[in-house]
Design a protein around this ligand. Structure first.
Ligand SMILES: Nc1ncnc2c1ncn2[C@@H]1O[C@H](COP(=O)(O)OP(=O)(O)OP(=O)(O)O)[C@@H](O)[C@H]1O
Ligand SMILES: [Mg+2]
Length: 367
């Protein structure tokens, strides 16, 4: 990963951003504007530019294309700065129903930009606390960004699992033989994924504890644990589990066991934060987890990701807002923070040297 910061974004036909040019500060950027004016769309455009996908589920070209645009294409033109270097990097792209084309410093490329980006969404804390699938997605996405091998092994696992499930639901001739063959692939993949997840959680440990204290000046023990029904650390464990569950899998028509069912528990002073914590404490724990991840990212790549913080003021009181703002002020990463909340905006406006961007009906005004 490169220590990149976004300096300029020009985007055409991206949702309600029909034609905007935005200049960013390498530090804190506050994006203000009333509901529905395009604040989140700016964050989504940057996320899309870097990762070529949206942070919203089931969102592709038809959703991001402006319904009012003249041409059925979304255009990106951007400039990034690199810490410790005078060089600028330009990234431009065109996305249409035929696909997309991207250029780095004028040269056509299929490769994504080597920059990290973390998006923090107002609803994620509740999703993370309420649904196992959100927790799985959180770990898979974040670990996948740190470790490309994890991402590719997870893809292989999911592909084999889909095939296994198809066999279980359709039950063609000799399907058991094919399932046995797939299990020979799934066994080592399951061990790899389990070990990678355990490692990731172990690496997060020292950062998560400190992030909570640094963010909110409160000493609580925070930890995230892998919560697997059966911890698959050897291929034999997988094969035994598969055999034991074969009959039930055949009845159900899908694979109801394995690392795709792993869950995670966020422990707050040793208690499950979902059962024990108030909504504000859940949000504080969730934010600590994300900022711990950002520190781990820095530890691993020696550079920070670009942090997109979409209106996180809900559930937190004024004191916590102030602490969050103090935390952000002390950090060296580039951050884009949005809010429609006037009181939180007042808090953000106390940050000296930040860039303030006002979004009004999809247009940008600096003030
Ligand atoms: N494909 C599209 N084409 C044009 N406009 C769109 C498209 N998709 C979404 N919008 C518009 O974008 C606006 C939403 O923008 P966004 O989510 O960025 O608002 P916001 O400023 O973050 O608001 P809030 O404070 O409520 O979160 C809505 O007005 C919506 O109608
Ligand atoms: Mg929004």
């Amino acid at each position: 990963m490169l220590p990149l910061k976004i300096d300029k974004l020009q985007v055409t036909n991206f949702r309600n951003l029909e034609e905007v040019v935005i200049h960013f500060s390498p530090g804190i950027n506050c994006i203000f504007g009333d509901n529905g004016n395009g604040k989140t769309n700016i964050l989504e455009a940057i996320y899309f530019l870097i990762l070529r996908k949206s942070f919203r589920k089931n969102t592709g070209f038809p959703q991001i294309l402006s319904i009012d645009g003249e041409k059925a294409e979304v255009l990106f033109s951007s400039v990034f700065t690199s810490e410790g270097s005078e060089d600028l990097l330009s990234l431009t792209g065109k996305v249409s129903s035929d696909g997309s084309s991207w250029y780095q410093n004028g040269k056509s490329t299929n490769r994504k930009l080597k920059a990290g980006v973390v998006f923090i969404n107002p609803f994620d804390s509740q999703g993370f606390h309420n649904s196992a699938s959100s927790r799985r997605t959180w770990v898979d996405d974040h670990l996948g960004q740190l470790d490309t091998k994890y991402k590719s092994e997870l893809n292989r696992y999911q592909k084999s699992l889909r095939f296994r499930n198809k066999l279980l639901s359709k039950k063609p001739n000799e399907f058991r033989k094919q399932i046995n063959a797939i299990d020979q692939d799934l066994a080592p993949l399951s061990c790899y994924l389990t070990m990678a997840r355990l490692n990731f959680l172990e690496q997060l440990k020292p950062f998560i504890q400190r992030a909570f204290f640094d963010l909110f000046s409160e000493n609580h023990h925070l930890e995230i644990m892998l919560d697997a029904k059966v911890m698959i650390q050897t291929p034999e464990t997988y094969l035994e589990l598969a055999q034991k569950n074969q009959e039930k899998d055949e009845i159900l028509g899908y694979t109801h066991h394995g690392v795709h069912k792993d869950d995670y528990t966020l422990l707050f002073d040793g208690l499950n934060s979902f059962d024990y914590c108030s909504l504000g404490q859940q949000k504080m724990s969730y934010l600590s987890l994300l900022f711990a991840y950002i520190e781990l990212f820095r530890y691993k790549f020696n550079s920070f990701p670009i942090v997109l913080l979409d209106d996180v003021s809900g559930e937190l009181d004024k004191l916590r807002w102030r602490r969050l703002v103090d935390y952000l002020k002390a950090k060296k990463f580039q951050i884009l923070i949005t809010t429609a909340n006037d009181r939180f905006k007042d808090e953000l406006e106390t940050i000296t040297g930040s860039r303030r961007i006002l979004v009004d009906g999809g247009s940008i005004q600096l003030f």
